[in-house]
Design a protein around this ligand. Structure first.
Ligand code: SAM
Length: 264
């Protein structure tokens, strides 16, 4: 996982500036999509039309300024539109570490066609990486960051991944059975990066991790450890998940854990 130069206008980057407060400009490359969907992802032209419409529909009006950051994952350039005005609109160190791990362990993880849920996806780097690896990804977060998330996902996956990622609202611990009934939603992997920090929803976060862990589900959680509350969360996590430390990144204080729900 490499990070390229960071600037507002990266030469050669995919990302575009929003045209105005009213919406996004559909970039030329997307205007030129083949209408019959040939050469594009499964789902055909209707899916592409509707995703382009949603690309135009979502307007992250709360952010006054943006930057575009370039990352390189599995030989592909990923451009993420970020804003320092929201925790959910910047890429955090846990996301970089998790992407690095995914890149280095593709064979054993086997994301091809795997069903993957990301919680607290933020600007979407991890979900984009999982999509590039062939997974069927649902990226989730709070409502106010979904516009930027969807924008980044579409910009980086249209026409170049087997499955177009989906974006859904998921507030930790809220209406899970209603919005994600277990009978209809099964995930092979649940991904989470830097979802543990100084906030009031840690119990709801853990409950959400438990909720989505069905038999066979693997949870991959990468986090920068800063506060005593981070370690308290880890202790609670270990009580309910069989926990393996998969990797440590001392330069960023990130640890990556695999969790499999204890069923006894
Ligand atoms: C520190 S950011 C990490 C973003 C991204 N995963 C990354 O590593 O770059 C934490 C993310 O969790 C989301 N989040 C915080 N509280 C949440 C809640 N109660 N329900 C759902 N998402 C929440 C934020 O919107 C934000 O996108």
């Amino acid at each position: 996982m490499d990070v390229c130069l960071s600037s507002v206008q990266q030469p050669g980057c995919l990302g575009q500036e929003p045209s105005s407060a009213a919406g996004w400009v559909v970039p030329k490359e997307e205007e030129g999509l083949q209408k019959d969907g040939v050469g594009g992802p499964p789902g055909g032209s209707n899916r592409i039309e509707s995703t382009l419409h949603s690309l135009q529909k979502f307007v992250p009006t709360d952010y006054a300024s943006y930057t575009q950051e370039c990352y390189r994952f599995a030989g592909k350039k990923i451009v993420i539109q970020e804003s320092i005005e929201s925790y959910g609109a910047v890429v955090w160190p846990g996301a970089m570490a998790l992407c690095q791990y995914l890149e280095e362990h593709t064979d054993e993880l086997n994301f091809q066609d795997a069903k993957i849920l990301e919680i607290g996806a933020g600007p979407g780097l991890v979900s984009i990486a999982a999509s590039i690896l062939g997974a069927q990804v649902t990226a989730t977060d709070l409502p106010d960051v979904l516009g930027n998330l969807e924008y980044n996902l579409l910009k980086n996956t249209l026409k170049c991944t087997a499955h177009l990622p989906e974006v859904k609202e998921l507030v930790w611990g809220e209406d899970l059975e209603q919005n994600f009934p277990k009978s209809a939603f099964y995930y092979d992997y649940v991904l989470a990066s830097d979802v543990v920090y100084h906030h009031y929803f840690l119990d709801k976060l853990l409950a959400t991790m438990v909720y989505f862990s069905q038999p066979g589900t693997v949870l991959l959680w990468a986090n920068k450890f800063r506060f005593s509350t981070d370690y308290e969360f880890l202790d609670k996590f270990k009580q309910v998940f069989d926990t393996t430390l998969l990797a440590e990144y001392p330069e960023s204080s990130v640890k990556l854990y695999k969790g499999i729900l204890k069923w006894d």
